[in-house]
Design a protein around this ligand. Structure first.
Ligand code: ADP
Ligand SMILES: CSC[C@H]1O[C@H](OP(=O)(O)O)[C@H](O)[C@@H]1O
Length: 395
């Protein structure tokens, strides 16, 4: 009689991660390995593994059956690990060099083994330290255009696209976004987290029916418009960068949603930097905002020429689509700004400012800018007009 022993999920320790790495045949068989758990995100373990006498290294990322930031009281599907790994692979087909290489996927242990990017820095950290990333917006504009066009109905046969829509169904992670970005910050919910000095500003948001109606419309777009395979959480903490390289990590929130969501989240996180920086250090960020949209829209327009979509040459259709993406982008950016200021998951750019007056002033600005972007998203027609809006709220 043979007894089949099924492999079962267990969370790795650093020792376990080393044993796992040895099985991969990635390192020489006799290599001594060092391992550190370096995860600083809200959800997962990330193990860095390197040979002691040699240069080879890799990353083992493991999903936990709950959200790390809250604990076991917030259970969360392990399937997100495979979604993330498969999204990295799918996006690599169109944006090669802008995402880490996936070496292996283990669905039972919810593990992704991938390229180590430790020679780069998380863009949020670097931007806070005023480091210069001259290629950041060029690369992200390209990443956005390539991944979003090629997974949309403009880049795919409808059968192929709908197959991907079902493969990347990600309801639990979408629910987090639906709650934390589109719902909780606009109501008196216990997940919210804000400083007492912001209470009046926050109450004004909760009582603003016009704003809530527009947020409800944006939430509806997020939940119903399966336009392209999104990264789903494209903030500057999900981007590794150097002067020459850019790599997008962490697409565990990937799903089919509205294109403007990815563009909007990235721009919102740059807008936070325009708020916290002094005048002479802001220009570079404004240029990144301009360049992201310019590269995204021009590369998307170039790709449009290759489309087999029956209405591709119908006058005004491409412009209609790009205008829709632009207004969606502004609205989603507004929601991201508000949730990063008063919701559950904050950003270091704002929270690390020690001076109380300055920090509160900046947070009031991100709330005002967020609200204006949501309400005026159909009136604003260019990035220059976005800059006008940023100036209006600058104190
Ligand atoms: N491929 C990688 N190479 C090097 N470090 C990485 C890599 N992926 C993640 N990390 C490190 O782990 C941290 C958390 O990773 P992330 O994917 O954002 O996790 P989470 O899903 O928990 O947010 C990153 O901020 C980074 O420091
Ligand atoms: C409880 S999840 C909160 C927040 O965390 C995610 O970000 P990350 O995985 O990059 O830390 C995502 O933005 C969620 O909204």
């Amino acid at each position: 009689m043979t007894i089949a022993i099924e492999k079962q999920y267990e969370s790795l320790t650093e020792e376990g991660a080393v044993l796992y790495a040895k099985e991969l045949n990635f390192f020489p068989p006799d290599a001594e390995l060092e391992c550190r758990e370096i995860g600083d995100g809200n959800l997962n373990y990330v193990f860095y593994i390197k040979e002691l006498s040699g240069d080879k290294s890799l990353i083992i990322k493991q999903a936990l059956p709950y959200a790390k930031v809250v604990g076991e009281s917030w259970p969360l599907t392990l399937k997100r690990a495979a979604i993330e790994a498969n999204a990295l692979k799918k996006h690599a087909e169109f944006a090669a060099g802008l995402v880490p290489t996936v070496y292996a996927i283990d669905e039972v242990l919810a593990i992704t083994v991938m390229e180590d990017l430790s020679h780069l820095k998380i863009a949020r950290e670097g931007l806070i330290e005023l480091e210069s990333y001259p290629n950041l917006s060029k690369h992200i504009g390209k990443y956005l255009a390539q991944t979003l066009f090629h997974t949309s109905d403009f880049g795919l046969h409808p059968f192929e696209k709908k197959k991907l829509v079902s493969e990347f169904s990600n309801p639990e992670l979408c629910k987090i976004t639906e709650d934390l970005i589109f719902t909780d910050p606009f109501f008196d919910k216990e997940t919210n987290d804000f400083e007492p000095l912001l209470r009046e500003a926050v109450k004004a948001i909760w009582n603003n029916g016009t704003l809530k109606l527009e947020v409800a419309k944006l939430k509806n777009s997020f939940m119903t418009e399966a336009e392209a395979l999104l990264h789903g959480d494209l903030h500057t903490g999900s981007i590794f960068a150097s002067e020459t390289e850019t790599k997008v990590i962490d697409p565990e929130f990937a799903f089919y949603g509205p294109i403007g969501f990815d563009v909007g989240l990235f721009l919102a996180n740059l807008i936070v930097q325009t708020v916290t920086r002094e005048n002479d250090k802001r220009v570079v960020i404004l240029n990144h905002i301009q360049q992201t949209w310019e590269i995204f829209s021009s590369e998307f327009s170039e790709l449009w020429k290759t489309s087999s979509h029956p209405f591709k040459d119908t006058e005004g259709y491409k412009e209609y689509i790009l205008d829709k993406i632009f207004s969606d982008t502004l609205g989603f950016a507004g929601c991201e700004l508000i949730r990063r200021t008063i919701g559950l998951a904050h950003v270091k750019d704002l929270d690390s400012i020690e001076d109380d007056n300055q920090r509160i002033n900046f947070k009031k600005q991100t709330l005002q800018i967020g609200e204006a972007l949501i309400l005026k998203r159909y009136e604003i027609c260019s990035i220059d007009e976005v800059f006008g809006l940023l100036e209006r709220f600058r104190k």
